[in-house]
Design a binder for this molecule. Sequence first.
Ligand code: BG6
Length: 301
Amino acid sequence: MEPGKLESTAHSGAPSRVAFLEGQGELPILEVVTPWSAAEIFLHGAHVTRFKKHNEPPLLFMSQCSRFEQGSPIRGGIPVILPWFGFREGLGQHGFARKRAWELKEVAFGPGGSVSARFSFPETPEAAAFPPFKAEYTVTVSESLGLRLAVTNLSQDQALPFENCLHTYFEVGDVTAIGVVGLKGCEYLDQVEKFARKTEGQDAIRINSEVDRIYLNTSAPVEILDPRLGRKIRVETEGSRSTVVWNPWIAKAQQMADFGNDDYETMVCVESGNVADNALTIAPRQTAVLQVKLSSACLQG
Ligand code: BG6
């Protein structure tokens, strides 16, 4: 599909609209409006930069200092991390999928007004270091946001080792007031302390300093309780064994050129995927599917 095309449809008085436009940095974007919500997805990185329910503040944090250019990741929203997570000597950080334009393959309108957009990762020179694989990413916008990343090993005879992660930046009212619930009892790697192995003892994780943790062997839903915005965000997953919780805090925020000095106050990353001990290896012709559903509701009480 080429930018400029406009697709629209109507479902029993509940119209949904999709526009294929030019976004920041002259990069193509898909703008989606449904009866419940609005979303914006860059082809660059197949990156969701906005999801907002009509009666709520934005669900996703976006840095006002983000770059929007070929070869650089976007800061905020939902970076797609593939085929590796973290730093790899000579290769850089968090894979190449977030730095390349994906191809938009299809836009589909579901019953009731949901909209799904399917993206496919193109051939790139960096991928030559891996057995051949196909990556498809489907974003479904409705009352919630659905994300589905499917990676297929196209090799006839080689296993495909990789990591995947949907690195979601959530917008919160005040990061020091939130609780991140659902990880009690999980083993984690504390990246702030040289990957020390620890066990989470808190019902609700509080953030008062740099937090950078890879929780392992967990598929449990995670909730972000946000009293300032009066909102509860829920992250539900399938095909995910790791949850990463990250807030850079003050010093790291100052070091990142594409992140505002105060941005750490209003964001938290709760990332879903398969990283570190949970890295995946799939046999020839096998597909691994990672699915994440993001929803929100009023925080009661
Ligand atoms: C998190 C990592 O997932 O991503 C952190 O756990 C890292 O260690 C953060 O700092 C941001 O990474 P990047 O490459 O987008 O600056």
